[in-house]
Write a protein of this length. Sequence first.
Length: 269
Amino acid sequence: MKFHKPQTLPECLCLLGKLKDPWLLAGGTDINVQIRHQLNVKEDVVFINHLPELNFIKKEENSLIIGATATIKDISGSELIKKECPFLADSLADFASPLISNLATIAGNIANSSPTADTVPLLLVLEAALVLSSCRGHRTIALKDFYTSYKHNVRQTDEMITSIIIPLLPPDSYTAHYVKIGSRRALTIAKAALALLKRQDEFRIAAGSLSEYPKRLKNVEEYLQNSKKIVKKHLFAALDEDVYPISDFRSEAAYRLQVTRNYLLKFTR
Ligand SMILES: Cc1cc2nc3c(=O)[nH]c(=O)nc-3n(C[C@H](O)[C@H](O)[C@H](O)COP(=O)(O)OP(=O)(O)OC[C@H]3O[C@@H](n4cnc5c(N)ncnc54)[C@H](O)[C@@H]3O)c2cc1C
């Protein structure tokens, strides 16, 4: 393996344009697991964690902007996020162990493209966007359009996520929940996860760990928005249209679907 340590963001972007699909080493909490198991190990590794241009959390007009290398702990502990978007800070409070959440970055969580990524269902209901940068320039895309299939996304190999933009809603204008079901309460990776945001008559719901990648449940949202009384059979039929549950070493598809159904009912009745 060959390691690279650019000194500035422009230098880093220029380097990405020259290398062939390198790893971007931020917290390393996913990359190190892949190295240990010799899974798709890449030849080039670019350190990005030391770049000051990527490490910030700020408010600009009506949006929160989170730099790529802000860690999960930075986010859950941020006074700005606790004030402007308490749902995000609270939902990430029990992400993994303190050791991991102090290292794990938000962009690493998104870019790794795992169906179990905890930040993604939260960011989907908050309708976040990603800024992708390369030496060719910058583009902003909605997070909902980022993933294409299991572990795949639209990022080009010379691009990196530089920041995440979250449009702010007044915290008292909505209620939101995040539930994550795993094998145990502490230090658990989700077998199923559900983020729900309700604002007046609008429902925003996203499921993690259920399909190939976390996604909004558009049919469920539409059903809830248009129904005065929730009929279990119809709600579940809408869910079936939204998801293709997966089985893997963590759980079976049938279990994931049943747990998601139970929580949908619990939160929407
Ligand atoms: C013990 C343990 C517990 C865990 N628990 C959880 C959990 O509870 N919930 C959860 O969601 N995850 C969990 N994870 C997974 C992991 O910690 C997270 O996915 C983490 O956020 C990854 O971020 P990182 O900075 O460590 O990424 P890295 O390992 O540095 O990188 C991961 C991937 O993202 C790419 N990447 C990194 N930064 C960028 C960028 N700016 N732009 C484009 N691509 C980039 C890298 O090239 C690599 O492919 C756990 C992992 C471990 C080892």
